[in-house]
Design a protein around this ligand. Structure first.
Ligand code: NDP
Length: 330
């Protein structure tokens, strides 16, 4: 089968040269293992961090080995008591056509309830990030004014809709194009702006008006975080989810962090993996919101394993609306 290996570590923005498509033998199945033919794989911003040789909350990808990440596929052979050929599973060995792994690490998914790709986004890690970050980390409550950056992306688009579904007074989103801004308004955001149109602080002030903002869900960092601090109300809460503006470029700001003292603002970083105890609560709520039409989800599909490095690079540049997914198995 084919796999995508890390050929070299990116310095700044990743390029196609950092990746290599390789043909490798599919290993023989051991007792307890399953062979999975991957159907869809996820590309995610956090993978950029794993391409650096730096200590972090997940170990770096290894040079000349396959990358890893969320994937869904179909079991084609099983030596696990819990799996049979034809089962659709969610697991962590993306970036390859065929995955061999311990059955305990392949979760069977219900593709009658939702398409397989949804388990990589709205019903998976992405949706859980949005839900846990908003409700547990930022401690959202009814009547709050919420601002979310990266709002047309996978996590951000869900944050805004969950906030509306749970009774936000107002939801404001920022994104990188006029088309994305329009999409946010279609999804029910009250206010949306293109952060390329001017200083984020000015656009945010205008969108917030006299209400200010109570919660900021930060996917971006830098200028966005600075703007949010400046527009935030007393006792505002910030969920620090990501800082994509500095994954490939040098970090900037926030230069006004001291505002957090007088406004008594809480800034709280989080990792979705630390909120697994809310997985069932999340699944039940999200299923209902989707059935009630309160949460809709966008997906951007790219075809072919060979195009997955470019899909990852394009994701970092904003080519996606909603979840970026690579279709495999053709
Ligand atoms: P997205 O679908 O949001 O894709 C990334 C988006 O980032 C792009 O579409 C692009 O949209 C935007 N972007 C890129 N560069 C910039 C920039 N300089 N300024 C503003 N926006 C930019 O990805 P995800 O939804 O998967 O992830 C969103 C964030 O959440 C990331 O920061 C990620 O690292 C983080 N995350 C954190 C988790 C955790 O446990 N803490 C778990 C999962 C994700 P645009 O066109 O609008 O610029």
């Amino acid at each position: 089968g084919r796999e995508i290996q890390l050929a070299s570590r990116p310095d700044g923005w990743p390029t196609e040269q950092n990746f290599r498509l390789a043909e490798v033998p599919v290993p023989e199945l051991q007792e307890g293992q399953v062979l999975v033919r991957n159907l869809h794989m996820s590309v995610d911003p956090y993978m950029r961090g794993r391409m650096n040789d730096a200590k972090s909350y997940v170990p770096p990808f290894r040079l000349d080995e396959a990358l890893e990440g969320g994937a869904v596929g179909e079991v084609v052979e099983s030596r696990s008591p819990d799996h049979k050929p034809g089962d659709k599973v969610l697991h962590g060995l993306g970036w390859r056509d065929y995955a061999v792994l311990d059955g305990r690490r392949a979760r069977v998914i219900d593709t009658d309830a939702a398409p397989a790709s949804a388990y990589l986004g709205v019903l998976g890690m992405t949706g859980q990030t949005a839900y846990a970050g908003l409700t547990k980390v930022a401690e959202f409550k009814e009547g709050d004014v919420v601002f979310v950056s990266g709002a047309a992306g996978a996590v951000g688009s869900l944050v805004g809709q969950i906030a509306k579904a749970m009774g936000a007074k107002k939801v404001i989103g920022s994104a990188g194009s006029a088309e994305k801004v329009q999409r946010l308004l279609d999804l029910g955001f009250d206010e949306a702006f293109n952060y390329h149109d001017g200083p984020v602080k000015d656009s945010l002030k205008k969108a917030a008006g006299a209400d200010g903002i109570d919660v900021y869900f930060d996917n971006v960092g830098g200028e966005h975080l600075e703007a949010a601090l400046s527009v935030m109300n007393k006792f505002g809460r910030i969920a620090m989810c990501g800082a994509i503006s500095q994954y490939n470029d040098a970090p900037v700001g926030p230069r006004n962090l001291a505002i957090a003292i007088g406004k008594e603002i809480t800034l709280r970083g989080f990792l979705v993996g630390s909120y697994n105890q809310y997985a069932d609560e999340f699944a039940a709520l999200m299923t209902r919101w989707m059935q009630d039409g309160l949460v809709r989800y966008d997906e951007t599909f790219v075809d072919g394993l060979e195009n997955s490095p470019q899909a990852f690079i394009d994701l970092m540049k904003g080519a996606n609306k909603g979840k970026m997914i690579v279709n495999l198995g053709k």
